[in-house]
Design a binder for this molecule. Structure first.
Ligand code: ADP
Ligand code: SR1
Ligand code: MG
Ligand code: MG
Ligand code: MG
Length: 415
């Protein structure tokens, strides 16, 4: 392993990855333009532009990039990211970049470039873009990938083999176990941060909140012990690239077999963080009420379309071929309906609980979100963050009391 740099990426491709070199259409390295654009927390990302085509080279570093070498992190995440992109590519090819090449020893992936005007969804939501296919695309991504990697599609043995394979990505699961479920509640963790002093009292209260900590502990156990489906594992709005009419999900290095609610909850949490940040946007006089409503409505639509698509895959004998809720045992329509209703109710509870955990960690843990960080006035930012924390606590502690996502949207409006 050696980390690549802008200086030697072209030479590496020319010498070792001839297919990609041919795709770029360059005769010499001088015809290739390289820029390192990694804006995530963990990895190097090079955009490599040739005369004919552009590709992306992503390489893991042996540590957490946003912290430095003091926090080592397994290089093997790149191997799992490539495998996850390929698995997702089987179920939702339109929604993920194609992998052209991967190299486990170098922790490196060469993949399809998602071209402008695609931008990161988080930035689009901050800018105020309305995207007409976003809910349809993201619900497709979750429904198809979660369904086809779960026991609804797998036989017992093949499901267990899949769980065994993906269990190798435990280093990234350990990171999530720490930064999402443990550290935000520990005063001694120095890299936690929040809008201080405005939120000091709120943070102190959260850390003494016994009901909250018990509920978070139960969700952490579910994160560690449940193996329902292959989750992307880091499905926030920074892992989605969009332009009007097109959605591409990137960055599945945290892929693991886990509870489906973790996947749904991560995505919805980031829509709700954006929703609460809209009131703090100074650009149009201290709030974009109408746009915030679109963000909230989109989160509800994602959930509803996800449920409809997942349940349709389950109802169809052509796709529901697995061991889970084996068809033969639910032959009567009312039996299938009862099983589906119970499944959705459990998933809604998990989704809300995990969403609450994800919202809390983005406000008082190590890694924050641009939605709030771009609000310059700390008092205004803290007021938005407080509303988000209030909703998050309700979701974690009382998530099981909600019967529909519309009721959750009403909670957000009231928070
Ligand atoms: P990290 O794992 O460090 O978060 P990401 O995979 O999220 O890295 O990539 C960081 C940034 O690089 C993204 O926010 C995006 O701007 C850019 N990027 C990553 N993959 C692609 C791609 N396939 N096409 C275009 N840009 C990409
Ligand atoms: C050190 S925590 C870094 C965070 O960035 C990644 O994208 C994951 O969300 C992780 O929790
Ligand atoms: Mg990323
Ligand atoms: Mg594709
Ligand atoms: Mg990443």
């Amino acid at each position: 392993y050696k980390a690549l740099s802008e200086e030697n990426v072209a030479l590496f491709l020319e010498k070792h990855v001839r297919d990609v070199w041919d795709l770029l259409g360059a005769r010499t390295g001088a015809e290739v333009e390289i820029s390192e654009v990694g804006d995530g927390n963990l990895n190097l990302v090079f955009i490599v532009r040739g005369p004919k085509n552009t590709v992306v080279v992503k390489q893991a570093l042996p540590y957490v990039r946003c912290v430095g070498e003091s926090w080592p992190l397994t290089l093997d995440r790149a191997f799992y990211e490539a495998a996850a992109l390929q698995e997702e590519g089987r179920h939702t090819p339109r929604l993920v970049p194609e992998v052209y090449y991967s190299n486990r020893a170098l922790a490196l992936i060469v993949m399809q470039f998602v071209p402008p005007p695609h931008i990161i969804l988080r930035k689009a939501l901050i800018r105020g873009d309305v995207l007409s296919t976003l809910a349809a695309d993201l619900s497709d991504f979750m429904a198809r990938n979660l369904f086809f990697t779960s026991s609804f599609h797998h036989s017992g043995p093949s499901k267990r083999e899949a769980v065994a394979f993906w269990s190798g990505n435990h280093g990234l699961c350990a990171l999530t176990e720490a930064v999402v479920f443990t550290e935000p509640y520990c005063p001694e963790v120095a890299h936690n941060r929040w809008t201080s002093p405005a939120l000091d009292e709120t943070v102190a209260q959260l850390r003494q909140d016994q009901a909250l900590k018990v509920a978070v502990g139960k969700l952490k156990a579910k994160f560690m012990d449940s193996t329902e489906a292959l989750c992307h594992g880091d499905l926030h709005t920074g892992s989605v690239m969009v332009k009007e009419g097109s959605t591409v999900v990137i960055d599945p290095e945290f892929a693991f077999y886990g509870p489906m609610g973790f996947e749904c909850g991560a995505l919805l949490a980031n829509f709700w963080l954006n929703y609460f940040s809209q009131a703090g946007r100074a650009s149009d006089g201290g709030g974009r009420h109408e746009y915030a409503e679109w963000v909230l409505d989109t989160s509800v639509a994602i959930w509803q379309e996800f449920c409809a698509k997942f349940l349709a895959l389950w109802a169809d004998a052509a796709t529901h071929q697995g061991e889970g809720f084996k068809r033969v045992a639910y032959a009567k329509p009312e039996e299938l309906r009862a099983a589906q209703e119970a499944f959705v109710q459990d998933l809604l509870r998990d989704t809300l609980g995990f969403a609450g955990c994800k919202m809390i960690r983005r406000i008082i843990g190590i890694a924050h979100v641009e939605d709030f960080e771009s609000i310059p006035d700390p008092q205004v930012r803290a007021a938005c963050e407080k509303r988000a924390l209030s909703m998050a606590r309700t979701l974690v502690v009382h998530g099981g009391e909600y019967a529909s996502m519309e009721a959750v949207a009403a909670l957000a409006r009231k928070a």
